[in-house]
Design a protein around this ligand. Structure first.
Ligand SMILES: Cc1cc2nc3c(=O)[nH]c(=O)nc-3n(C[C@H](O)[C@H](O)[C@H](O)COP(=O)(O)OP(=O)(O)OC[C@H]3O[C@@H](n4cnc5c(N)ncnc54)[C@H](O)[C@@H]3O)c2cc1C
Length: 396
């Protein structure tokens, strides 16, 4: 199938994996999230209650609603049902231990164990080839911030950092030994430099023949397209595959606020059009250099996704090229993921999992982003409504 035969409006393919009950359930949840005031009020209340240590009612409220739509399950074995449900339609899962905002050594140890388990899980399971990680779940944020700013670490910090690095290098080796790819998420711009350095160093070790370690590039940053091009040149010289997840970026408001507060130029592009231009340019650059680059096209943007497939087609690359992969977050843009998979592309869902109480920050971000991203929510609702009509469920 060529890119001009891809149809992101095909709701029958998009939702074939959902039963009638699941479809209606998701529709109701999206209808709720679409109420901006409700999300604002709900997330404010939830954040306050978490601060006060009152988690039980939030957990209860979220478990059968947003958690159910956006997360795989509380444990890997509980997530298996969803993983299989997706894989029945050739959609793989990227395992993302969704616990965020942790800072103690015990937390880092727990996250390391969770990622280790996920790698072992993936090794035995065709439905999972990739495990995702956030380095802030493995290294203290304050240390990353100092390293980014070129500040000297204290003796104690050096020891903690050394320990964190040991964990990360251990995970990367394990992933490589078992032929599982390890994604490293991009986070705030003021900690990104050490993440870039660490991932490049790991790529020097493990990406000689195939893409194992993936960095992430946020094209909503003004300087990242240039960074991408520069780093690919370095990778070429070193004889490795530069593997990268291309995203627009999730921390726009936070970046703007910090830049204003600390009086430095906002690193984020001046407009959405500028972000889109650089994102699409990055896709083109990657596909032009696909021998040396591996990408995960991580977006819900239909134009960018279609562009990537067109560029592949122009270069006569097979739809299932080993270096090109598409991914959307679980609960979002099934119309893109499932239609790509049906057309033979590598398509996957980013699947967060973990205890409900620990995934709450992720869920709050999801709800907020879905109300703030212009058009995204309306589109999800419209597609679900169309499929409900097509199945003649008459619940509207
Ligand atoms: C599989 C997957 C993995 C991801 N991993 C990461 C990650 O590691 N790190 C991370 O930060 N994010 C990550 N994201 C989230 C991603 O960065 C985006 O926030 C999200 O996908 C929305 O962008 P889009 O390309 O899907 O859609 P679109 O709706 O086309 O774009 C929305 C995005 O455009 C940008 N934007 C919006 N308005 C403006 C403006 N006025 N000026 C400049 N830019 C603007 C913002 O980045 C916004 O999120 C991931 C997303 C996916 C699907």
């Amino acid at each position: 199938m060529t890119s001009d035969q891809l149809n992101f409006n095909d709701t029958e393919t998009a939702f074939a994996h959902k039963s009638n009950r699941e479809l209606v359930h998701d529709f109701e949840i999206y209808r709720l999230i679409n109420q901006g005031w409700l999300v604002r009020m709900g997330t404010r209340t939830a954040s306050r209650m978490i601060k006060w240590g009152i988690k039980a009612p939030i957990v209860l409220g979220m478990r059968s609603t947003v958690y159910d739509v956006f997360c795989g399950g509380e444990t890997l074995s509980l997530a298996t049902k969803k993983i299989n449900q997706l894989y029945a339609y050739e959609v793989q899962s990227i395992l993302d231990y969704g616990v965020e905002g942790k800072e103690t050594e015990e937390d880092f140890e727990r996250t390391t164990n969770a990622i280790t388990q996920a790698i072992f899980f993936a090794k035995n399971y065709d439905a999972v080839d990739i495990v995702s990680s956030k380095f802030t779940g493995l290294i203290p944020f304050a240390i990353l911030e100092k390293l980014h700013g070129g500040e000297e670490l204290s003796q104690e910090e050096k020891e903690i950092y050394g320990h964190s690095k040991e964990r990360i290098y251990g995970l990367a080796k394990l992933a490589s030994d078992h032929n599982v790819s390890l994604f490293v998420d991009a986070e705030e711009s003021w900690i990104q430099q050490p993440l870039d350095d660490l991932t490049f160093d790991l790529m020097l070790k493990y990406n000689k023949e195939k893409p194992i370690i993936y960095n992430t590039i946020q094209l909503y940053r003004k300087d990242r397209l240039e960074f991408f091009k520069r780093t690919v040149e370095q990778a070429k010289k070193a004889g490795i595959i530069y593997a990268v997840k291309l995203v627009r970026g999730a921390y726009m408001e936070k970046e703007k606020k910090r830049a204003e507060k600390m009086n430095y130029p906002n690193p984020i592009q001046n407009s959405k059009t500028d972000t889109d231009r650089d994102y699409n340019e990055a896709l083109k650059f990657a596909i032009d250099n696909i021998e040396h680059v591996a990408i995960c096209v991580a977006t819900h943007n239909e134009e960018s996704t279609m562009l990537a497939t067109q560029l592949m087609h122009e270069k006569k690359l097979p739809t299932n090229h080993d270096h090109i992969h598409f991914s959307q977050l679980l609960g979002m843009s099934d119309n893109i993921t499932f239609n790509l998979a049906k057309a033979g592309y590598h398509a996957s869902k980013y699947m967060p999992y973990g205890p409900v109480k620990d995934v709450i920050p992720y869920l709050i971000r999801r709800a907020q982003e879905n109300t703030s991203v212009a058009g995204q929510m309306g589109r999800e609702l419209k597609l679900l409504k169309e499929e409900i009509r097509r199945r003649r469920l008459f619940v509207l």
